[in-house]
Design a protein around this ligand. Structure first.
Ligand SMILES: Cc1cc2nc3c(=O)[nH]c(=O)nc-3n(C[C@H](O)[C@H](O)[C@H](O)COP(=O)(O)OP(=O)(O)OC[C@H]3O[C@@H](n4cnc5c(N)ncnc54)[C@H](O)[C@@H]3O)c2cc1C
Length: 379
């Protein structure tokens, strides 16, 4: 296999679009195929962290994304009654890598797509499979069409169809579901907030333009049978939670079960390589999915653009990314586990742990995640 000149990207989510932008910067011509008729805003709000912004900056997309996001003046955690458990100020976050941003998925995707040439994203094309050959790969679409390129990037999300060709392990359900909505509602400037009560959580982030992104998570046996609205219990929680629930219409709500799977053994097979949620399905509790996807994009484009043989480039991409993706995955699992505690004594212990966690230890853990985006294993 020799150097790469053309790529096909499957999926126009954060991973696919960012990878296409990064590949363009590396001199590789990329075409994105998306099954949907347009960019999908499903899910609404997202938080973005300094490691994601560093990765975006490496391929020239950080400023466009910043322009559609709101920096949060720190983060805070509270009990359901509103008692403050911990607060990290903006300047404290700056000292460990930078502040988080909150933005709407639609704005993020539009900002990334805006950096691609006209026609770079082709909608309404669902990939059915890929045939890897000695000299190129052929993507087969459900409509019977085909296209070819030197390499195929599977950025087709947590339920990736192409992941099965690389590592067929199934997703596993983590026992909770998340309701999310973005509503037009003025709120005073406040830190990004996470509130704990039993095995339930509620998060609030302000977005640009007087919009608020909120999410509520609760234990649910079967997410397919969960009610459209989050449990009534949240109406008894501190302000402005009841108010946000009241102004949200059912049409504004998205309900998603939380799934992940243990780290994959490989991220590539033949000429197909995974990126984003397809490569490292993780629980949403760290809010790191898009940031990790941008790290994938930066490292994958750098390796594919390096002129080395494809096998070597893909191998180096996996080596450079696997440890950080695994760290984000395991921190998300750990948070989900602690968040699922429901016995009152366990919950009191959790509140004490959050309130008294040594600032230095917390800071070091976040600093490791927020910095050195994807650069841990050069070889
Ligand atoms: C409840 C919840 C809250 C979250 N909160 C955050 C957060 O605050 N911050 C954060 O960074 N992350 C968050 N995430 C995770 C984040 O949404 C994902 O990590 C991110 O969307 C992954 O991007 P992706 O491009 O890999 O996949 P996706 O966003 O899933 O995009 C995949 C794209 O591929 C397309 N596609 C799929 N199959 C095919 C096919 N066969 N052919 C063509 N196209 C196809 C899909 O239509 C889609 O457009 C959250 C997730 C959940 C569930």
């Amino acid at each position: 296999m020799t150097g790469v000149r053309t790529a096909i990207v499957i999926g126009a989510g954060p991973a696919g679009l960012a990878t296409a932008v990064a590949l363009g910067k590396a001199g590789i011509q990329a075409t994105v195929y998306e099954r949907g008729a347009a960019l999908s805003a499903a899910g609404g709000g997202l938080t973005l962290w300094p490691n994601g912004l560093t990765a975006l900056a490496s391929f020239g997309a950080a400023e466009d994304v910043r322009a559609v996001a709101l920096a949060s003046p720190g983060t805070a955690m509270r009990t359901a009654a509103g008692r403050l458990l911990s607060a990290t100020t903006g300047p404290e976050l700056d000292r460990i890598g930078g502040q988080g941003l909150a933005l709407h998925r639609a704005d993020l995707l539009a900002a990334l797509a805006g950096r691609l040439g006209p026609g770079a994203v082709r909608f309404g094309r669902r990939c059915a499979g890929v045939r890897s050959g000695a000299h190129d790969a052929t993507v087969v679409f459900e409509d019977g069409g085909e296209d070819r390129a030197d390499v195929v990037i599977a950025a087709d999300g947590i339920r990736s169809r192409l992941r099965a060709d690389v590592d067929p392990r199934p997703l596993r359900y983590a026992g909770f579901a998340v309701w999310r909505a973005t509503v037009h509602h003025p709120l005073p400037a406040a830190p990004g907030l996470l509130t704990f009560g039993g095995a339930h959580q509620f998060g609030i982030w302000r977005l640009p333009g007087d919009r608020v992104y909120w999410f509520a998570s609760a234990p649910v046996a079967d997410p397919a049978r969960a009610p459209v609205r989050p449990p009534e219990l949240f109406h008894t929680w501190h302000d402005p939670i009841p108010e946000l629930l009241d102004v949200t219409t059912p049409a504004e709500l998205t309900l998603t079960g939380a799934y992940d799977c243990p780290p994959l053994r490989a991220w590539h097979a033949g000429r197909v390589v995974l990126a984003g949620d397809a490569a490292h399905p993780a629980l949403p509790t760290m809010g790191q999915g898009a940031s990790q996807a941008f790290e994938d994009a930066a490292v994958l484009a750098a390796e594919l653009g390096s002129g080395t043989e494809l096998d070597t480039a893909l191998h180096r991409y996996h080596r450079r990314r696997r440890r950080r993706a695994r760290a984000a995955w395991s921190q998300a699992r750990m948070l989900a586990r602690v968040g699922a505690w429901r016995h009152p004594l366990a919950c009191r212990l959790r509140d004490t742990m959050i309130a008294s966690a040594p600032a230095g230890a917390q800071r070091r853990q976040l600093q490791r995640l927020f910095t050195t985006a994807g650069e841990e294993a050069r070889s």
